[in-house]
Design a protein around this ligand. Structure first.
Ligand code: CO
Length: 144
């Protein structure tokens, strides 16, 4: 075996070893950004419910890409007013779009300081989210 053959074999082994190591340590490709909201992308709202059954009008702030408070319990007939404090546009959209008493399926995007309100006349639990940011999740529970 001459010197050139040895170099070729060593080079081949190095390349194969390198490819094998890369196969295990290569970073995963980043998750694709989606432009459409699907039900699967909507985050579950697990924040504790705030009892607001004493208030006829309840205000929810939209700030730093969060609804605050995100999870409220209100009495039937209560008007909930959302105010967007962010520069970015947000909205309030029912997760199902069809539950009576929930916010309409197509709510307008709110600019900064703009408000959206809805009066809950039906008892139930209504989950909502923000169309451009499905990780923004909120819940209104309406009781008698
Ligand atoms: Co949003």
């Amino acid at each position: 075996m001459n010197k050139n053959t040895m170099i070729a074999i060593v080079a081949g082994v190095v390349v194969i070893a390198g490819v094998s190591v890369w196969f295990f340590v290569a970073p995963k490709s980043p998750t694709e950004n989606s432009t459409n909201t699907t039900t699967a992308e909507i985050t579950q709202n697990n924040s504790p419910a705030i009892d607001m059954t004493e208030a006829p009008v309840v205000e929810v702030k939209i700030q730093d890409f969060k609804y605050s408070p995100a999870n409220i319990t209100v009495k039937k007939g209560t008007t909930v007013i959302w105010t967007n404090e962010d520069n970015d546009g947000h909205n309030v959209v029912s997760n199902t779009g069809t539950i009576p008493g929930g916010p309409p399926a197509e709510a307008p995007l709110l600019g900064q300081h703009q408000q959206f309100s809805f009066t809950y006349d039906v008892v139930g639990t209504f989950d909502y989210h923000c169309t451009p940011h499905p990780f923004m999740a909120g819940t209104v529970t309406v009781v008698d």
